[in-house]
Design a protein around this ligand. Structure first.
Ligand SMILES: *Cc1c(COP(=O)(O)O)cnc(C)c1O
Length: 232
């Protein structure tokens, strides 16, 4: 089942990329395995999936210990500064850095580990009161400050637009995130990367996100099915 779902999603990613003249190589699929047992990660891994997304740090830590060593874990949940130590040790990428305090805490722990961390800045591009993330208008300032932290490598931006019924309504938010990233890139504010990553799009709207420039899509339900309401 998981392997068939993965095949279908990859095909959809490919078809969408072709439609808008983009290369499939520049689009990464993060399989959001939150609240699914590690067996599901193993099943997806066996089907060729290498990047997984988790939103609870302890759950990620537990699964990383049990999953194949070369599985890559992106943290996509809200991260408290007091969990920075575990996050620094466990994550391969943190997509949800949205404040300086958290970034400094991560940087301190990374310094001790002598390790560099790839991060994305989570932007609340739709100004949604229910969503985490730095405001679009404050992203530049945060980015400049993060660029001063030697162990933090800012690779791009991430967003989760307001929940809507019609995925077309997310398009303007995806577009705004791309425009913001392009503007910051022109200013030379992403020195660590050639082109900033744009992590946007989930099961219901990843094709629209790709049309608007997504380089990372985070897909859970469409791969693993409906999640249980509680953590594993
Ligand atoms: C759960 C989650 C996803 C995946 O959502 P689906 O609708 O199941 O694809 C993507 N991004 C974030 C930040 C999430 O928390």
């Amino acid at each position: 089942m998981i392997s068939i779902n993965l095949q279908q999603i990859k095909k959809q990613i490919e078809d969408t990329a072709i439609k808008v003249n983009r290369s499939t190589d520049e689009i990464k699929l993060v399989a959001v395995s939150k609240r699914f047992p590690v067996e599901k990660i193993n099943e997806a891994y066996a089907a060729g999936q290498t990047i997984f997304g988790e939103n609870y740090i302890q759950e990620m830590q537990m699964k990383k210990d049990l999953a194949p060593p070369s599985a890559i874990f992106h943290f996509i949940g809200h991260l408290q500064s007091n969990k920075a130590k575990i996050a620094a040790a466990t994550c391969d990428m943190i997509e949800t850095v949205d404040r300086l305090k958290l970034a400094k805490a991560l940087n301190n722990h990374l310094q001790i580990l002598d390790k560099t961390m790839d991060v994305l800045i989570q932007v609340n591009i739709g100004n949604d009161a229910n969503k985490a993330g730095v405001k679009g208008s404050e992203t530049r300032d945060l980015l400049i400050r993060l660029n001063d932290l030697p162990k933090i490598r800012v690779c791009g931006l991430m967003t989760m637009p307001p929940l809507v019924e019609n995925p077309e309504l997310s398009r303007p938010h995806f577009k705004n995130l791309r425009i913001l990233a392009e503007k910051l890139q022109k200013e030379g504010l992403f020195p660590a990367v050639e082109k900033p990553e744009l992590s946007m799009g989930m099961s219901g709207d990843f094709d629209i996100a790709i049309e608007e420039g997504a380089t990372i899509v985070r897909v859970g339900t469409a791969i693993f099915g409906t999640r249980s309401p509680v953590n594993v």
